[in-house]
Design a binder for this molecule. Structure first.
Ligand code: MG
Length: 308
């Protein structure tokens, strides 16, 4: 019923840091990525080759790319041809393009209409493939849009099939605002899996409403084996300050470990990475298993509260 093995695609150093106020120096990012690699994560997204003034937290991706520990496959976002050229020069084997399934979010996030984004990718994806790069595509707002509300899954599917036609190797479907429920996840995946292979799809779920693991479980039951997570849940939710955003890597890794589904991840080392992430970011992260692990490791710091 469940796949025997699952890949966790770590987005903390990119998606997580991009939404944190703290700007980490390259040395700290390298330390964090070393911990993530040591924990056994096999795919890590390290940053973005967008214009440095757009996302100052990620302005140093070129420098960071030259200092990565061996082992994992590293990826970065590329918004355009310049970004792709920078990613190739930096030696990254994987690049990611991104767009939304709702017009307003796509316009605000990328300054393009959906048709313009697809036209643009039709240029840069083949160029990346020609250079031997693995190309991941992100499709955001599939479960809901912060501006338009509900998104028609048929529309999201049309865009997804177009992205496959253009040459993308993998498609990560995003619940960008974390509003998805398990029934909706089943409905979306039932539709998508009529037209696309489960191995082509990844799920990028957010935990804003505490439903990310439930949605993951539906994905697992339907044959999805790639899930995007962020160490400690780093990044929060840009549309609901203070709320959880990306699903925490330790939360999914722990649940899968409990279910005896292999991830290749060493949980204790993952908690060490989470502890470092929290220290570097400077505030408590939302990951439940991380907080439980920290409570066990530093019992003196936990408040004495009545347990029910
Ligand atoms: Mg995210």
């Amino acid at each position: 019923m469940y796949p025997p093995r699952v890949t966790l695609y770590e987005v903390g150093p990119r998606d997580g840091l991009q939404n944190e106020a703290a700007q980490l120096p390259v040395d700290d990012k390298v330390r964090l990525i070393e911990k993530l690699a040591a924990a056994g994560l096999s795919r890590i997204e390290i940053g973005s080759f967008v214009r440095p003034d757009w996302i100052p937290q990620l302005a140093d991706t070129d420098k960071l790319a030259s200092r990565l520990p061996p082992g994992p496959r590293y990826a970065a976002l590329v918004p355009n041809r310049t970004g792709l050229d920078r990613a190739i020069a930096a030696g990254l084997r994987e690049v990611a393009v991104f767009m939304s399934s709702s017009e307003t979010h796509n316009q605000k996030n990328t300054n393009k209409s959906i048709a313009e984004s697809l036209g643009h990718f039709a240029q840069i994806v083949p160029a990346a493939k020609k250079q031997g790069r693995f190309v991941r595509a992100y499709l955001s707002t599939v479960w809901g849009c912060p501006y338009e509300g509900k998104v028609d899954p048929m529309r999201a599917l049309e865009i997804s099939r177009e992205l496959k036609k253009i040459g993308c190797d993998e498609l990560s479907l995003g619940d960008t605002i974390g509003v998805g429920n398990p029934l909706q996840t089943r409905t979306i995946l039932e539709l998508f899996l009529k037209h696309l292979d489960p191995g082509y799809l990844a799920l990028h779920l957010h935990d804003t409403n505490g439903t990310a693991l439930a949605n993951c479980l539906v994905g697992l039951e339907m044959g999805i084996t790639i899930f995007d997570t962020s160490i400690g849940g780093m990044g929060g939710c840009p549309y609901a300050p203070g709320a959880a955003g990306n699903l925490a890597t330790e939360d999914l890794a722990s649940m899968l470990d409990d279910m005896e589904i292999a991830t290749g991840v060493d949980l204790e080392k993952l908690f060490e990475a989470g502890e470092l992430a929290q220290r570097l970011i400077g505030h408590k992260l939302t990951g439940r298993r991380l907080q439980a692990a920290l409570g066990r490791r530093h019992p003196g710091e936990a408040r004495a509260e009545a347990s029910t």
